[in-house]
Design a protein around this ligand. Structure first.
Ligand code: UT7
Length: 326
């Protein structure tokens, strides 16, 4: 017995901001953003579109597509670094409230851009242990709320949205077959929210304005991202006796086209195997992999029995991947 993805869904905020529109308020250009990142647009949530709202909408779609009722859900896992409430309650609890499901468990996973990869493996573990039968795993972010719109180094990169799956039991050899979960905590300061936790609290009148938003050392994260992309893909293939030819799709975290291009060259895996959609959605951290899966599903690209690798990397520094037989 293992766990597999019964259906995929998403919620995308209607407001679409192109590079051209952004360059009216940020010192940048469509040409720079496209050539340095592959990003063309991002979707930005309104005040009403909180993380719990977007996650709930994605969850409703996924349950409908799976032909399941909300009462079939045993546990809700939400991967996010932009929860509705900073420390607690978990955003997953608000999704449980919104869906109106009683007697279930819910919790958040905070592994930044690897959050969904972690969430899938946690869900699989809970199904394998017999703790739960059906689990909603949702990746959701409202990164626009923690972006410094005066910092062109980060403002052009991020977007908002939610992607969700429902995990159900599957026979061994199908579904989530294997996962790699990794952390390099020595890189905690390469990409983070510098202020607001108990170690570095916000001090009115003292805390600089720019410390209230995402900080990223772009080059350091870039180098890390290329290295671990290759590492995770190679490890999942080796452990599961796969060659690049056996893999139908690699669904990476959608941070930067150049990161994936460099990783594909190093791993000697053709770019056509990597599914990319950062052109439309930019980097949505925990949401980017399920958003990509939902788009692939809508396009009819995902077929039963296909071999798919996910690979996440980001703040923490966290990284990891899943091997899924669809
Ligand atoms: O999701 C978590 C994982 N995150 C990532 O994987 C992000 C990893 N990092 C990256 O993707 C890249 O490092 C960035 C896209 C963030 C930056 O690309 P880069 O090619 O490393 O650019 P850079 O930071 O080296 O900057 C090159 C130049 C600089 O100008 P000078 O000093 O050469 O005159 C920057 O000031 O580009 C300038 N620049 C910009 N120009 C126009 C930086 N951002 C912008 C911008 N528009 N938005």
């Amino acid at each position: 017995m293992t766990a597999g993805i019964a259906s995929v869904g998403s919620y995308i905020p209607a407001r679409r901001v192109s590079n051209e529109e952004l360059s009216k308020t940020v010192d940048t250009s469509d040409e720079w953003i496209r050539t340095h990142t592959g990003i063309g647009n991002r979707h930005i949530a309104s005040d009403k579109e909180t993380c719990s709202y977007m996650a709930t909408e994605a969850a409703k779609e996924v349950l409908e597509k799976a032909g399941m009722s909300k009462d079939d859900v045993d546990i809700i896992i939400v991967a996010t670094i932009t929860p509705d409430y900073r420390d607690f309650p978990a955003t997953a609890n608000l999704v449980q409230r919104n869906l109106g499901i009683g007697n279930i468990g819910s919790f958040d996973v905070k592994a930044a851009c690897t959050g969904f990869v972690y969430g899938l493996e946690l869900g699989r573990g809970l199904i394998l242990a017999g703790t739960a039968k059906n689990i909603l795993v949702i990746g959701v972010e409202k990164l626009s709320a923690i972006t410094n719109w005066n910092d062109r180094g980060t403002a052009v990169l991020f977007g908002d949205g939610a992607g969700a799956v429902v995990l159900t039991p599957r026979v061994k050899g199908e579904g989530i077959v294997d996962s790699v979960l990794r952390t390099d905590g020595t890189g905690y300061d390469a990409l983070n929210m510098p202020i607001g936790g108990t170690a570095t609290p916000f001090i009115p009148g003292e805390t600089p304005e720019e410390d209230l938003y995402i900080y990223m050392d772009g080059q350091r994260v870039y180098n890390f991202a290329v290295k671990v992309n290759v590492e995770i893909v190679m490890e999942l293939m080796k452990r599961n006796g796969l060659t690049a030819d056996d893999v139908d799709y690699i669904v990476p975290h959608q941070a930067n086209y150049r990161i994936i291009l460099a990783a594909s060259r190093r791993a000697k895996i053709p770019m056509e195997k990597y599914y990319l959609n950062m052109e439309e959605f930019a980097n949505t951290s925990s949401a980017s992999i399920p958003l990509a899966l939902a788009e692939m599903d809508r396009k009819g690209l995902l077929k039963k029995g296909m071999k798919i690798l996910t690979v996440g990397f980001g703040g923490g520094l966290t990284y990891g991947g899943n091997y899924i037989v669809w």
